[in-house]
Design a protein around this ligand. Structure first.
Ligand SMILES: [Zn+2]
Length: 126
Protein backbone atom coordinates (compact mmCIF):
# COMPACT_ATOMS: atom_id res chain seq x y z
CA UNK A 1 0.00 0.00 0.00
CA UNK A 2 1.20 3.48 -0.83
CA UNK A 3 1.92 5.59 2.23
CA UNK A 4 -0.43 8.56 2.59
CA UNK A 5 1.14 11.94 1.99
CA UNK A 6 -0.18 15.30 3.11
CA UNK A 7 0.97 18.83 2.56
CA UNK A 8 1.50 20.77 5.78
CA UNK A 9 -0.78 23.80 5.81
CA UNK A 10 1.30 25.64 8.38
CA UNK A 11 4.31 25.27 10.61
CA UNK A 12 5.46 27.20 13.66
CA UNK A 13 8.23 26.80 16.22
CA UNK A 14 6.48 23.91 17.98
CA UNK A 15 4.08 22.24 15.57
CA UNK A 16 3.01 21.71 12.00
CA UNK A 17 -0.45 20.79 10.75
CA UNK A 18 -2.34 19.52 7.75
CA UNK A 19 -6.02 19.48 6.85
CA UNK A 20 -7.27 15.92 6.79
CA UNK A 21 -9.40 15.04 3.74
CA UNK A 22 -11.05 12.14 5.63
CA UNK A 23 -12.33 13.67 8.87
CA UNK A 24 -11.97 17.31 7.73
CA UNK A 25 -10.06 18.18 10.92
CA UNK A 26 -6.69 19.85 11.13
CA UNK A 27 -4.21 17.35 12.60
CA UNK A 28 -1.27 18.85 14.46
CA UNK A 29 2.07 17.16 15.02
CA UNK A 30 5.08 18.11 17.09
CA UNK A 31 7.85 19.98 15.32
CA UNK A 32 11.50 19.29 16.08
CA UNK A 33 11.89 23.12 16.22
CA UNK A 34 13.15 23.35 12.62
CA UNK A 35 10.59 25.62 10.99
CA UNK A 36 12.95 26.73 8.20
CA UNK A 37 13.81 23.65 6.23
CA UNK A 38 11.48 22.12 3.63
CA UNK A 39 11.31 18.38 4.15
CA UNK A 40 9.13 15.31 4.59
CA UNK A 41 8.26 14.30 8.18
CA UNK A 42 7.18 10.80 9.04
CA UNK A 43 4.47 10.54 11.72
CA UNK A 44 1.76 8.30 13.06
CA UNK A 45 -1.68 9.49 12.04
CA UNK A 46 -3.84 11.16 14.70
CA UNK A 47 -6.90 10.59 12.56
CA UNK A 48 -9.83 8.61 13.92
CA UNK A 49 -10.78 7.42 10.44
CA UNK A 50 -7.45 6.66 8.77
CA UNK A 51 -4.74 5.21 11.04
CA UNK A 52 -1.16 4.32 10.27
CA UNK A 53 2.09 5.83 9.15
CA UNK A 54 1.94 9.02 7.11
CA UNK A 55 4.27 11.49 5.44
CA UNK A 56 3.75 15.19 5.96
CA UNK A 57 5.37 17.39 3.35
CA UNK A 58 6.69 20.75 4.47
CA UNK A 59 7.47 22.82 1.40
CA UNK A 60 7.51 26.43 0.20
CA UNK A 61 3.69 26.41 0.13
CA UNK A 62 3.59 25.63 3.87
CA UNK A 63 2.71 28.83 5.66
CA UNK A 64 5.30 29.82 8.28
CA UNK A 65 3.33 30.95 11.32
CA UNK A 66 6.15 32.63 13.15
CA UNK A 67 6.76 35.53 15.49
CA UNK A 68 8.70 38.44 13.91
CA UNK A 69 12.08 37.29 15.27
CA UNK A 70 11.68 33.75 13.95
CA UNK A 71 10.30 35.12 10.67
CA UNK A 72 13.44 37.21 10.24
CA UNK A 73 15.58 34.08 10.83
CA UNK A 74 13.48 32.25 8.24
CA UNK A 75 14.00 35.00 5.65
CA UNK A 76 17.74 35.03 6.41
CA UNK A 77 17.74 31.28 5.83
CA UNK A 78 15.88 31.66 2.48
CA UNK A 79 18.33 34.37 1.44
CA UNK A 80 21.31 32.11 2.24
CA UNK A 81 19.70 29.28 0.23
CA UNK A 82 19.30 31.63 -2.76
CA UNK A 83 22.94 32.74 -2.49
CA UNK A 84 24.09 29.10 -2.31
CA UNK A 85 21.95 28.22 -5.34
CA UNK A 86 23.29 31.20 -7.29
CA UNK A 87 26.89 30.28 -6.37
CA UNK A 88 26.31 26.68 -7.50
CA UNK A 89 24.90 27.86 -10.86
CA UNK A 90 27.87 30.17 -11.36
CA UNK A 91 30.25 27.32 -10.52
CA UNK A 92 28.57 25.05 -13.11
CA UNK A 93 28.72 27.79 -15.77
CA UNK A 94 32.38 28.49 -14.97
CA UNK A 95 33.32 24.80 -15.16
CA UNK A 96 31.60 24.56 -18.56
CA UNK A 97 33.52 27.60 -19.83
CA UNK A 98 36.82 26.12 -18.61
CA UNK A 99 36.03 22.79 -20.32
CA UNK A 100 35.12 24.61 -23.58
CA UNK A 101 38.41 26.56 -23.50
CA UNK A 102 40.38 23.35 -22.83
CA UNK A 103 38.66 21.53 -25.71
CA UNK A 104 39.28 24.45 -28.06
CA UNK A 105 42.96 24.55 -27.03
CA UNK A 106 43.33 20.80 -27.68
CA UNK A 107 41.63 21.18 -31.11
CA UNK A 108 43.99 24.05 -32.00
CA UNK A 109 47.00 22.01 -30.90
CA UNK A 110 45.95 19.06 -33.11
CA UNK A 111 45.43 21.35 -36.08
CA UNK A 112 48.82 22.95 -35.48
CA UNK A 113 50.69 19.62 -35.23
CA UNK A 114 48.86 18.17 -38.25
CA UNK A 115 50.02 21.13 -40.33
CA UNK A 116 53.55 20.84 -38.92
CA UNK A 117 53.73 17.14 -39.84
CA UNK A 118 52.32 17.76 -43.34
CA UNK A 119 54.84 20.56 -43.94
CA UNK A 120 57.73 18.37 -42.76
CA UNK A 121 56.60 15.48 -45.00
CA UNK A 122 56.45 17.88 -47.97
CA UNK A 123 60.00 19.02 -47.21
CA UNK A 124 61.27 15.43 -46.98
CA UNK A 125 59.59 14.47 -50.28
CA UNK A 126 60.98 17.43 -52.21
ZN1 LIG B 1 -8.39 12.95 9.99
Amino acid sequence: MVKRKYLAKWIDERQFAYRCPYCKKTHKHGNDTNYKKNRVENRNSHCEIVKGNIDIVINSKTHRRLDPKAMKLYYDYLFKCKIKEFYKEQQVALNKTIKDIENKAIDNMYTHFEKLIKDNLKEINT
